[in-house]
Design a binder for this molecule. Structure first.
Ligand SMILES: [Zn+2]
Length: 449
């Protein structure tokens, strides 16, 4: 059983997807107007580990993971104006850099990456629904969400309304009924990017983008919604409100997960002059590998803050050097299954420090070590860009992989019951199918011979 900490209830709970054949996860992706820094990649890496764990548990093709690209935003428009180019020039440049940096860190491409600008009709449709249901109102070319119309507003972030209003006062505008009301649609001038709408030419607010992209790409209620802790309020609170109000109270997500910040500073070497935090490109140019950066991002529990400095990277390098030396030359292709102890640690709310400790415990077993590190997604050990469990293990398809998994589990049960005849029978049956089993201290792994 996978257990996850759910921000909505401030507790860990068993993870039970609505439909185990279609597990849905959405993570708020980058706004592409500049190169992301290493801290921006913590959610990308953390939720990449989670999607691997979910595929391991539910099946490689049973998980649909979407991470959006916010490609319309005032910061993008400002950057485009400063450079005298169209917004697409900016968004395509920084999306490409984001994907390149993510690949360096071993982050697999999500199944879906909806772009805000290609989901505008879905956003307009949802805003129309909110207006029709009395949860939003148009004023001076804007459409605003009426916070007072939704009694549950503030529940996710557990903020008292007066605090939210105080926080929103910076955005006081004469057309708002309540200072906490937030923008769903805003007008664009002739020289600004915009789309026709029932309220005039304009563009969506950031929060409605995610609500609409989730409904369009994954459905009304998803299993897991993730993002950085800084998004809890207002972004996720507003996503929650919009989606529940548009969908007659159906919750947007059953589990809300938030990762903590990276703390910079320490030795001061992780920032450039002017205080800009280093990008993945800066760090690899400085000699750190994608493996080291990924492992460093996973060295603390995802909900805890992580102090990012050269001391951390140095420790990770020493640990990884030792492991990679034990592995020696690793050919591309088939990877052993991860040891049970590592999977169990990750199943406990993605406890990566415990998983790394479990790896240290099995490091004398080369296959277990390789299986564990590949499962954690280290770029140099990961399979070729493919996430099919069948391909990972050299089989024809995922169905066959699931059948072999079931037989291996049956054999483990037989061994635990000391039914050696049955255990040997299953081993021989698998061998006849070209599957080789290996029993190690961390459990049984298998591969196609
Ligand atoms: Zn979002």
């Amino acid at each position: 059983m996978i257990r996850l900490y759910n921000t909505a209830i401030r507790a860990k709970q068993d993870f039970v997807p609505v439909n185990p054949d279609r597990v849905t996860m959405y993570v708020c992706g980058p706004t592409v107007y500049g190169r992301a820094h290493i801290g921006n990649f913590r959610p990308a890496v953390v939720f990449d580990v989670l999607q691997r764990l979910l595929r391991h548990r539910f099946g490689a093709d049973k998980v649909i993971y979407a991470r959006n690209i916010t490609d319309i935003d005032d910061k993008i428009m400002d950057k485009a104006r400063a450079e005298g180019v169209a917004i697409e020039v900016i968004t395509e440049r920084y999306e490409a850099l984001y994907l390149e940096d993510a690949a360096t860190l071993g982050v697999e491409r999500p199944d879906l990456h909806p772009h805000a600008t290609t989901s505008i009709p879905a956003m307009i449709g949802m805003i129309e629904l909110l207006v029709a249901k009395g949860h939003a109102y148009a004023a001076e070319g804007h459409v605003l969400f009426d916070v007072a119309s939704h009694a549950d507003y503030g529940q996710l972030s557990r903020r008292p309304l007066d605090e939210m209003i105080a926080g929103a006062r910076v955005e006081v505008a004469p057309y708002k009924k309540n200072p906490a009301d937030f923008v769903l649609w805003k007008p664009s001038s002739k020289d600004q990017a915009g789309w026709p709408s029932p309220w005039g030419r304009g563009r969506p607010g950031w929060h409605i983008e995610c609500s609409a992209m989730i409904a369009e790409s994954l459905g009304t209620t998803i299993d897991i919604h993730g993002g950085g802790i800084d998004l809890t309020f207002p972004h996720h609170e507003n996503e929650c409100a919009q989606s529940a109000c548009a969908h007659d109270g159906a919750p947007l997500a059953n589990v809300w997960m938030h990762n903590g910040f990276l703390n910079f500073g320490g030795d001061g070497k992780m920032s450039k002059s002017l205080g800009n935090v280093l990008s993945v490109g800066d760090l690899t140019e400085a000699g750190w590998s994608g493996d080291e950066l990924r492992l460093a991002l996973l060295s603390a529990h995802y909900r805890q803050p992580l102090t990012w400095d050269t001391a951390l990277l140095g420790q990770v390098r020493a640990r990884l050097d030792k492991w990679l030396r034990k592995l020696g030359d690793v050919p591309k292709g088939v990877r052993p299954l991860p040891p049970v102890s590592v999977v169990e640690a990750l199943a406990d709310d993605l406890n990566t420090p415990a998983a790394l400790a479990a790896i240290a415990g099995v490091e004398s077993d080369r296959d277990a070590l390789l299986g564990a590190l590949a499962f954690l997604g280290l770029p140099s050990l990961g399979p070729e860009r493919s996430r099919s469990a069948a391909e990972m293990r050299g089989l024809a398809d995922d169905e066959e992989t699931a059948a072999v998994d079931a037989l291996v589990a049956a054999r483990t049960a037989a061994r635990l019951a000391k039914n050696w005849a049955e255990s040997d029978r299953i081993r021989d049956a698998l061998l006849a199918r070209g599957i080789v089993l290996e029993d190690g201290p961390a459990g049984t792994t298998w591969r196609a011979a």
